[in-house]
Write a protein that binds this ligand. Structure first.
Ligand SMILES: [Fe+2]
Length: 505
């Protein structure tokens, strides 16, 4: 085996894209595994119109996921000029041309050299595109491939990848964990899809005229205005995480029982309208609503509203992918940091849900006692379920996607906006790093808060009921929103007979 290094990803991917240096890269552990299923509702016009399902052939599934991700990479990099491609639009982000060649380099490392046991295309590029070696702010100064070279490089790698895929054994029972069920192909498809989200965030930070276009989401369904404000999630243990989801990443494993006390959860994410109420009520000027760290950050960073919002007379407007427009009151709020989400919840007399609460609300089926792959069931995401895959370049109105509702009645748990939880990013009991520590393990701890559910910019292949994202509590260039929760009152809510169960939360 060669020395694989790849990128792990929190979708915000502040520092890590690639991973271990050659010295720290594991010599490719190959244990049996359970990789596979990439759901797919490719964007309209996607080159990968084929739908990959959890039950389909691993090679076909891998091919569809790789093609869908590559289609988005093409849209996001071909839509700007070469000057824009090499520019750094924010110090928080890489030049788009770095993302592009990095995608190819990671694919070469893992699929051509590791899975294919081939020499590779340009091993000399490894150091340039190792995200652990070069922080984003430093990447523009590197002797990077130019736009034409980068495009040629990723195309050449892809040709080799497809050749490898056509001949390699990725049977679900393959003894090497990386290959079993095509896991490593799924890992790299998710990697490219996550860079598709990262590059979309770069587009949002970029100044200048709009270059991306997509239809607006459908209007809210007729019942959106009459939905209950909150839904009751029953107490008791549930299965968190997975040991069977084929393309799940190490931090989602293994499945384990967690006890959750009964709680109330917002039926839909907090909207711009409600968030504007918080601002109008002086929320950003009253330390009572903020943690000490949050209050310090608000002061130092001068926060007054979500990122990309500004005042226009007596109304809020926002910049969205180059368009200036009024902030829609009924859309889930976007581009808020964890501190802002936490402060809003306190102001509202509520709190953020824990990660376990979020997952129970999204996956637990009280009728069967089992945890679903998604809020609506086990079927891969379709356009009727959730706003994913960059089909739309904004969240859908609150209350959308009734077919994607969880058993509790909560809507939009998957898609639209990433949802901050109150939880730090921690390993599950029995966690084992795979395929290397830098994928997840080095990020565990109190520095990062967990986000769940995926946003409109997330590919369905990189989103599921168990998927965990994480980022610093100050970050808000990501597609982040939230919903709030509160403890159930056993006397008033009739939940006293529901044991909370035990286990980690
Ligand atoms: Fe990466």
């Amino acid at each position: 085996m060669t020395d694989p290094r790849t990128s792990r990803h929190n979708t915000a991917e502040n520092q890590a894209t690639s991973v271990p240096s050659a010295s720290s890269a594991p010599a490719a552990p190959h244990a049996p595994s359970d990789p596979a299923g990439a759901p797919h509702a490719p964007a309209p016009g996607s080159a990968a119109a084929g739908t990959a399902t959890a039950g389909s052939d691993p090679a076909a599934r891998a091919l569809a996921a790789l093609r869908t991700a590559r289609h988005r990479t093409g849209v996001l990099t071909d839509s700007v000029t070469d000057d824009d491609l090499v520019a750094q639009h924010s110090r928080l982000m890489s030049p788009l041309v770095w993302d592009l060649a990095h995608i190819g380099n990671q694919e070469e490392l893992w699929l051509v050299r590791e899975a294919g046991r081939r020499t590779g295309v340009r091993p000399d590029l490894d150091h340039l595109y190792d995200a652990f070696r070069h922080p984003r702010a430093d990447r523009p100064a590197l002797p990077l491939l130019g736009p034409a070279e980068a495009r040629g490089y990723v195309a050449q790698v892809r040709d080799e990848t497809l050749d490898v895929l056509s001949g390699v054994d990725i049977d679900p029972d393959h003894p090497e964990r990386l290959l079993a069920g095509g896991f490593v192909f799924g890992m790299l498809a998710q990697h490219e899809a996550q860079h598709g989200e990262t590059m979309l965030a770069t587009h949002q930070l970029r100044s200048g005229p709009a270059v991306l276009d997509a239809p607006a989401p459908p209007p809210a369904p007729a019942d959106a205005a009459t939905l209950p404000r909150e839904v009751l999630v029953p107490g008791g243990p549930f299965t968190m995480g997975t040991s069977t989801e084929p393309w799940a990443l190490d931090n989602e494993l293994p499945a384990h029982q967690v006890g959750v006390a009964p709680f109330w959860l917002d039926t839909v994410p907090v909207t711009n309208g409600r968030y504007a109420d918080f601002i109008a009520a002086g929320g950003y000027r009253d330390p009572a609503w903020w943690t000490p760290e949050g209050w310090r950050h608000v002061q130092e960073a001068g926060l007054e509203a979500p990122l990309f919002w500004s005042r226009d007379g007596d109304r809020w407007i926002r910049r969205r992918f180059g368009h200036l427009e009024p902030v829609p009151a009924d859309e889930p709020v976007l581009h808020v940091c964890w501190y802002e989400a936490d402060a809003f919840a306190r102001w509202a007399g509520r709190r953020l849900p824990t990660e376990a609460e979020w997952e129970k609300a999204a996956r637990h089926d009280p009728e069967t006692g089992r945890s679903r792959r998604y809020p609506w069931g086990d079927a891969d995401p379709g356009p009727q379920h959730a706003n994913l895959g960059q089909r739309h370049l904004q969240p859908a109105p609150a209350g959308s996607y009734p077919e994607g509702a969880a058993p509790s009645g909560a809507r939009q748990l998957v898609g639209d906006v990433w949802e901050w939880t109150s939880s730090d990013f921690s390993p599950y009991p029995g966690f084992a790093a795979f395929p290397y520590r830098e994928y997840s393990e080095v990020f565990f701890g109190p520095d990062y808060k967990v986000l769940r559910g995926g946003a409109f910019g997330v590919d369905p292949a990189a989103c599921r009921g168990t998927f965990r994202n994480w980022d610093y509590p100050i970050r808000r260039q990501i597609f982040s929103g939230f919903r709030t929760a509160r403890d159930a009152d056993p006397d008033r809510d009739g939940t006293s007979g529901t044991p909370a169960g035990g286990g980690a939360a």
